[in-house]
Design a protein around this ligand. Structure first.
Ligand code: MN
Ligand code: MN
Length: 218
């Protein structure tokens, strides 16, 4: 996976990865650790920073999407892939969507996924917080995800058409109550408007315009 890490927020701006059957195996979960690739003079977020905050260490690229080797799995436990996420969200509808993605993989698809946090201020089990560790780790207000679904194969860019399925969601980082992940679906355009990012930027603009305007309803 690739992470765009934000020094001032102590969390990623976005994380992106692909997942198909070749990424899925039986490796066991690693341990959260500071990312050694963060420049030495920057603050290195550690797993202890999250302890007793009331927020989970929420993976952007999920542990279960990287299970072929222990090394692959360890990599998604670097804190540059983690944001403070309410446990209700993390183990609820966020996880439900992660699991749904793997069912798509297991039925012969390859996914391109972007995920990230938005804004500041969420509600964990001890209440509302905007940051912790002396403002070194921002608690986001929302987390979002954008997914492109292609049949497994090669030359992926050339196989994207105006009917390629895309799924996008925006979920609040709070205590809910939550409903099914499907009820949080929005267009990719909505996540682009929220974040200022341009997803699928290598796809011809005429195709982006169509697939990014649709709200998935499958
Ligand atoms: Mn999670
Ligand atoms: Mn785009």
């Amino acid at each position: 996976f690739v992470t765009s890490y934000n020094r001032d927020r102590g969390i990623p701006n976005w994380v992106s990865w692909e997942v198909d059957a070749s990424w899925l195996g039986s490796a066991t979960r690693g341990a959260f650790q500071p990312d050694p690739l963060v420049p030495t003079q920057w603050y290195h977020v550690s797993t202890d920073d999250y302890t007793n905050t009331g927020f989970d260490r929420g993976h952007m690229c999920p542990s279960a999407d990287r299970t072929v080797t222990e090394l692959d799995n360890d990599s998604v436990f670097f804190m540059t892939n983690i944001v403070p996420q309410s446990g209700t969200l993390n183990s609820g509808q966020w996880e439900s969507l992660e699991s749904y993605c793997r069912t798509l993989v297991n039925s012969g698809n390859k996914l391109y996924i972007y995920s990230g946090p938005y804004g500041e201020g969420g509600t964990g089990i001890y209440g509302y917080m905007t940051s912790f560790t002396g403002n070194k780790v921002t608690v986001p207000a929302k987390t979002w995800k954008v997914i492109m679904v292609l049949p497994a194969g090669t030359n992926d860019l050339s196989r994207v058409t105006t009917s390629t399925r895309c799924i996008a969601v925006i979920m609040n980082n709070d205590q809910g109550p939550f409903s099914s992940w499907q009820s949080y679906r929005v267009s990719v355009d909505s996540v682009e408007a929220l974040t200022g990012l341009d997803f699928f930027s290598n796809v011809p603009v005429g195709i982006q315009a169509v697939i990014e305007a649709v709200v998935d309803n499958q």
